[in-house]
Design a protein around this ligand. Structure first.
Ligand SMILES: [Ca+2]
Ligand SMILES: [Ca+2]
Length: 126
């Protein structure tokens, strides 16, 4: 049996968006917590499975459990949300360098080019 898919091409695609917030404009003391929200959207035309988000800088990355994520499949047009945080260290304050981190999203269907998000920086006062 032949099935004609016409010109339909499978184009798996992910988009990742991240935001970082901290009380006030700056991370200005050790122990202050930076909160991250990460959203991963299926911008292609194929259901994505095995979706992972990694960020070596933050340790408590958690998928928000909801109707969209509960089936383990990131459907076309669907967005999964993640939360994470980082507690500012004295060493980071002393270094005076903006706190940057980079999240990467991947899936079974998009394994050739993991989607990397440009670093989002939190300023440390100088
Ligand atoms: Ca602050
Ligand atoms: Ca789903």
């Amino acid at each position: 049996m032949n099935v004609d898919f016409g010109n339909m091409q499978l184009q798996p695609s992910l988009n990742i968006v991240k935001d970082a917030t901290v009380d006030g404009v700056y991370a200005d003391y050790a122990g202050e917590v930076i909160h991250y929200t990460i959203a991963v959207e299926n911008t292609g035309n194929q259901t994505l499975t095995g979706v992972t988000v990694t960020d070596p800088f933050i340790s408590d990355l958690q998928l928000v459990a909801d109707a969209a994520s509960s089936d383990g499949e990131l459907d076309v047009g669907e967005t999964w949300h993640y939360t994470a945080s980082h507690t500012v260290t004295q060493a980071e304050i002393d270094a005076g360098t903006d706190i940057m981190n980079t999240a990467t999203a991947d899936s079974d269907q998009t394994d050739r080019t993991p989607m990397m998000l440009p670093s989002r920086s939190i300023k440390i006062p100088r």
